[in-house]
Write a protein that binds this ligand. Structure first.
Ligand code: ZN
Length: 250
């Protein structure tokens, strides 16, 4: 089975459409959360995401934009975007957002794989450092976990001997795709990267394809119409930083 993994779209319609246009053939789409928040097209992005499939994990911004979490835990910019998004959402999309499932989520066809937003142990945990990845991997219910939340494309592998390998982000290579062959043993924590607001120094939209038969993950980066996405953010009177950061991938 070939799975298209999308994460952290964050209301960026231009980035989402670019990823879908570039994605190779796949059997199913999985969304790792934060479909909305930050970007200027929450309703359009939810509509598109719902057309693609029905395997979702909720993210912290999904929760906040749905009104399930108090935005006081967010920084000013994230809080302002969450309040703006909440007011834009149609009643149907708001209801859909409220009912997204808490991870881990899994698919019956993929018993070795689980999907989370933050980490196997906490939907709000940021897996940025190898030590955090190792601690979290110990609680993984499957040998392969796909996660999002950090907006950093890449992978941690924790072997049975607790050796941690951090696979370089695809952006380090400068090309438009990069494949990772999965070996047997240990735990993999794999981040497809952020579609709509990359923060790993590469402004291009990110996604990944997992091929369960070939035991391979292929990471992709795609250029998109960042100027239009920025213009819409400014026209919506969202914080200026949400527009400027897109061109730097930070
Ligand atoms: Zn996010």
């Amino acid at each position: 089975m070939r799975v298209l993994f999308l994460s952290d779209i964050h209301g960026n319609l231009e980035a989402l459409e670019a990823c879908l246009a570039a994605a190779p053939a796949h059997d199913v789409v999985v969304n790792l959360g934060d479909t909305v928040g930050y970007g200027a097209n929450p309703n359009e992005v939810i509509a598109r995401a719902r057309e693609l499939g029905n395997t979702f994990v909720r993210g912290n911004h999904d929760r906040a934009c749905a009104g399930l979490t108090d935005v006081r835990g967010f920084n000013y910019i994230a809080a302002a975007a969450a309040i703006w998004t909440n007011r834009q959402l149609t009643p149907d999309n708001l209801e859909w957002l409220k009912n997204l499932p808490h991870g881990p989520v899994s698919l019956p066809e993929l018993p070795n794989v689980q999907m989370v937003h933050g980490s196997p142990r906490d939907e709000d945990e940021y897996l940025l450092l190898p030590d955090d990845a190792a601690a979290s991997a110990a609680l993984a219910r499957a040998p392969i976990t796909f996660f999002g939340h950090t907006h950093m494309q890449g992978c941690f592998r924790i072997t049975e001997k607790q050796q941690i390998t951090v696979h370089p982000k695809y952006s380090d290579q400068g090309a438009d795709h990069w494949a990772l062959a999965l070996e047997n043993g240990g735990v993999y924590l794999i981040n497809p990267g952020s579609v709509g607001q990359p923060r790993d120094g590469d402004w291009r939209a990110a996604f990944a394809i997992y091929d369960s038969e070939a035991k391979k993950v292929t990471y992709y980066r795609v250029p998109y119409d960042v100027e239009t996405a920025q213009k819409k953010i400014l026209e919506a009177n969202l914080p200026e930083r949400l527009a400027s950061r897109l061109q730097f991938g930070r």
